[in-house]
Ligand binder design. Structure first.
Ligand code: ADP
Length: 213
């Protein structure tokens, strides 16, 4: 079973993915995390990705598709696609890439969150650079201020979480990623979680878990 989490930046895809990993043994495949690691390691791929990511822009399809293709060589089942695909071109390519490794997308879960809430969430977001868990300075505080509960690392703000960059990311989401909802909504296995921000994270998780049966 492979799952895709669709939703705007800050809609809670990463948080739900964490739960699916911890409780059901799924593997989180976040193209954003993977590319941030390349940036930290200062690889040439990382340097190329950073040009786009730090501006809040999408990394070109060709680069991201190649990263996914490479990843699917070693993992093609029990994956949670978090942040990929983000364009129609990527979605079409993903269908081909999955077929090549005898796999498919079984569930597409759209976590629908209003824009105003997204802005509040991202403006207070701090993340652990080691385990990638995200916190919020008001609504999801770590036990010790500025320190990750899991591994004691100092929490950081993502460079693209500044208000200007978030505005660019949300525009990009509306223009490039939202059309994917139409694309997937007619396919079997599509689940729409409406007004997800009004629901407790655990309730959203339970809805996802039920959809996996
Ligand atoms: P968020 O969902 O909060 O935007 P991500 O970690 O998924 O966080 O993405 C951060 C950035 O990484 C994006 O703004 C974009 O620059 C780049 N990125 C991640 N996934 C993709 C993708 N599938 N296609 C193009 N760019 C991507």
């Amino acid at each position: 079973m492979n799952i895709m989490l669709l939703g705007a930046p800050g809609s809670g895809k990463g948080t739900q993915a964490e739960k699916l990993v911890a409780r059901l043994g799924y593997i989180q495949f976040s193209t954003g995390d993977l590319m941030r690691k390349q940036i930290t390691d200062q690889t040439s791929l990382g340097l190329e990705c950073a040009k786009y990511m730090n501006e809040g822009k999408l990394v070109p399809d060709k680069i991201v598709n190649a990263i996914v293709k490479d990843y699917l060589k070693s993992n093609s089942n029990k994956l949670i696609f978090d942040g990929f695909p983000r364009t129609l071109e990527q979605a079409l390519e993903l269908e081909k890439m999955l077929a090549e490794v005898d796999s498919k997308m079984d569930r597409v879960i759209y976590i629908d969150v209003a824009k105003e809430i997204i802005l509040k969430r991202i403006s207070g977001r701090i993340i652990c650079p080691i385990c990638k868990v995200s916190y919020h300075i008001e609504t999801r505080k770590p036990l010790v201020e500025g320190i990750c509960d899991n591994d004691g690392a100092a929490l950081v703000r993502r460079p693209d979480d500044s208000p200007e960059k978030v505005a660019v990311r949300l525009k990009t989401y509306e223009a490039d990623t939202k059309p994917l909802i139409d694309f997937y909504s007619n396919k079997p296995g599509f689940i729409h979680i409406e007004e997800a921000a009004e629901l407790d994270g655990e309730i959203v998780y339970n809805m996802i878990e039920e959809a996996l049966i």
